[in-house]
Design a protein around this ligand. Structure first.
Ligand code: Q9C
Ligand code: ZN
Length: 342
């Protein structure tokens, strides 16, 4: 399986995040991608290929250009105001605030577009963010040209980013950009299976009213876990999209027995949809030793996950999302891929 990777990912290095009332070192760090790449090389997964450049219109197909402007220039503006560290919001948009005008101040735009205190912008973040989207687009282009499988080693991740909001260590929704690209290239139906521990709220928001993208999400229940505000079982999609969103929330402590039952249900829904292509939002923060998560999957379960996905028999693009047990992230992520390859 070809691996799409850019060393530019390392240009995004979060200075830290707010965690339980303390500013702590970031969980989402450059070593994550490097360790996955090393493991992929160690098992001889396939050639490592640099991303191609793509025009910005592939990003504006999914995201509000004003949010992309903030991602591109917000950190420079922050520094020009004499501030240190990453550009974080202080205020957050909620019900009751003015919804009919995007503020002009940097603080106001951060409040408008960013939804958490874990997703700072630094001076060089944009290069990493854009290259991560290009890693996804390059993988999608390979699938459009007939490849049966591809691994887009994206970093930073994407599935928490919606059309006009970002957070959860995510800025651009890489899997959504890839899905739209495949549709634009002639695919009629795209399925996304999101196996990250957290609900992919951004991907859901982007496609909620659409029937050309089926989204199946297996994740920790928002009754207990981040992002708390979306990802419940009673979110079937709306309008033309009704029936094309399937959330499979699971409680803290879920082990392989519980998780694999959800995977079976999710795979059955994907098979019924009969998509032209399958995209996997591949988070391995379901791992038992993940420092911010509460599921109990172990190394071998990731291999079984890949085997089950392969049984769908679909052209499949894996797109990296979360996973924070850094020492083991390579084994876990690559086990899914080798499991898929059989
Ligand atoms: N401060 C992804 O896995 N907060 N994002 C966790 C620790 C945010 C995870 C609590 C978790 C976001 C792509
Ligand atoms: Zn996650």
């Amino acid at each position: 399986m070809d691996i799409i990777f850019s060393p530019d990912h390392a240009l995004h290095q979060s200075p830290g995040e707010l965690n339980s009332g303390e500013f702590v070192p970031a969980f989402e760090k450059p070593e994550r991608a490097e360790i996955i790449l090393s493991r992929a090389k160690a098992v001889d997964l396939g050639p490592v290929i640099a991303p191609d450049p793509f025009p910005a219109e592939h990003l504006t197909r999914i995201h509000d250009p004003r949010m992309l402007d903030l991602l591109r220039t917000g950190a420079a503006e922050w520094a020009a105001q004499g501030r240190q560290g990453g550009a974080f919001p202080f205020t957050f948009f909620t019900r009751g605030f003015r919804a009919d005008r995007v503020p002009q101040t940097l603080e106001g735009r951060l409040a408008w577009f960013c939804f958490d205190a874990g997703t700072p912008l630094t001076a060089t973040s944009w290069q990493a963010i854009e290259s991560s989207a290009h890693v996804a687009l390059t993988g999608a282009a390979a699938i459009a040209q007939g490849k049966r499988s591809i691994f887009s080693l994206c970093r930073p991740p994407g599935h928490h980013a919606g059309s006009d909001h970002y957070g959860g260590y995510c800025f651009i929704n890489n899997v959504a950009v890839a899905a739209q690209y495949l549709l634009d290239q002639g695919a009629k139906r795209v399925a996304i299976l999101d196996v990250d521990y957290h609900h992919g709220n951004g991907t859901q928001q982007i496609f909620y009213q659409r029937n050309d993208v089926l989204l199946v999400n297996i994740h920790a229940t928002p009754d207990q876990e981040y992002p708390y505000l979306l990802g419940f079982a009673d979110e079937p999609g709306a309008g033309a999209g009704e029936g094309f969103n399937l959330n499979l929330p699971l409680p803290w402590g879920t082990d392989w027995a519980g998780w694999s039952a959800a995977l079976e249900a999710g795979c059955q829904r994907v098979a019924e949809y009969a998509p032209d292509v399958l995209l996997i939002s591949l988070g391995v923060d379901t791992y038992i030793k993940d420092p911010i998560s509460q599921f109990k999957l172990d190394h071998a379960h990731f291999t079984l996950m890949g085997e089950r996905i392969a049984k769908l028999g679909l052209p499949t693009q894996f797109i990296m999302e979360g996973g924070y047990a850094v020492a083991e992230i390579g084994v876990n992520a690559v086990n899914v891929l080798t499991g898929f390859e059989g």
